[in-house]
Design a protein around this ligand. Structure first.
Ligand SMILES: [Zn+2]
Length: 311
């Protein structure tokens, strides 16, 4: 399933890895851990004027067209004021502005609320989470983001197409074969309805993936609570390793689809805590592998010519 080549650079081994299914590749350099880049992050900024805190949320966040927000437990989900997808929602996870450790219930409720906000959306849904500024979170108050677009972003598109080819070629689901292949290895974390496995070809630091036994958001309801439990266990593991910032993305195939894909959740730890700025690499860049930028390239040519003419 994976190609692993090991080489030596000085005293440190280097590994080059490739996932056969998709061709995704990475390099692993364990020696770089000695640089001490992954020390604990500072705590999030204080509330100040946080619009996600309960006393301001009603006044400062938008509602759906019918005037409502979706509430599940402590969580509140509403449309994103600055969308970058055809449907883009925000799910504030908890009432507290700052929490050391969320409960499984808090996260499960928020996942259910955001899932409900994507109900009936055309295309390819995902549920995502940037935690702390160094992971690209622009708001420190813990919140999920629900997205759905007519086209899948790069990474789920790659897996959806490759899973279909794998099933055609082998007559089996890649994801069942993957779980079987990984069980009992050092990458296996824990099993259950949603097994969690350290990704053999990690796309980020300490990447762990949770595999759902279904492909679409419509089928995922019963697995959101076990998924939340698994994510919380992974985040405990990260904290024990000294990292607090992370990104999460949970990818689904489109409604009604059955072509060999399994929904999965990818979690990566983020290092280089930097309290002075917000990273411009968040779940879209790191996990969807589909950059979201702000400037139209077509504005740069005229802008360049204007600056030149004023010289
Ligand atoms: Zn807040």
């Amino acid at each position: 399933m994976f190609v692993i080549e090991e080489r030596q650079n000085g005293e440190f081994p280097l590994q080059y890895r490739r996932e056969r299914l998709t061709g995704l590749s990475c390099t692993i350099s364990p020696g770089r851990l000695l640089r001490g880049l992954d020390h604990p992050s500072p705590t999030p900024a204080p509330p100040l004027d946080c619009p996600f805190c309960p006393e301001r949320l009603e006044a400062e966040t938008p509602t759906f067209p019918d005037g409502t927000r979706i509430r599940r437990g402590e969580s509140v989900t509403f449309p994103n004021r600055y969308p970058f997808a055809e449907r883009h929602t925000v799910g504030v996870i908890c009432r507290s502005h700052e929490v050391g450790r969320l409960t499984v219930r808090q996260l499960a409720d928020a996942l259910e609320g955001v899932a409900a906000s994507l109900d009936g959306a055309p295309g390819y849904p995902s549920i995502n989470w940037n935690y702390l500024a160094s992971a690209g979170a622009s708001m420190p108050h813990p919140h999920l983001q629900g997205l759905s677009d007519r086209r899948p972003s790069h990474l789920p598109g790659l897996y959806i197409d490759a899973s279909a080819r794998y099933r055609t070629r082998h007559g089996r689901r890649y994801w069942n074969d993957l779980a079987e292949h990984e069980a009992g290895t050092d990458r296996w974390l824990f099993g259950g309805e949603v097994p969690f496995i350290a990704s053999a070809v990690p796309l980020g630091e300490r990447e762990v993936r949770g595999l759902l036994p279904v492909a679409t958001l419509e089928e995922a309801g019963p697995y959101l609570a076990p998924l939340a439990g698994g994510i919380c266990r992974v985040l405990d593991l990260y904290r024990s390793l000294g990292t607090q910032a992370f990104n999460v993305a949970l990818f689904f195939d489109r409604f009604g689809s059955d072509r060999g894909f399994s929904a999965f959740c990818s979690v990566i730890a983020r290092i280089n805590p930097n309290p002075a700025s917000i990273s411009d690499s968040a779940f879209m860049e790191r996990l969807h592998q589909h950059p979201v930028v702000m400037t139209l390239p077509e504005e740069l040519g005229p802008r360049y010519r204007m600056v030149e003419s004023e010289k």
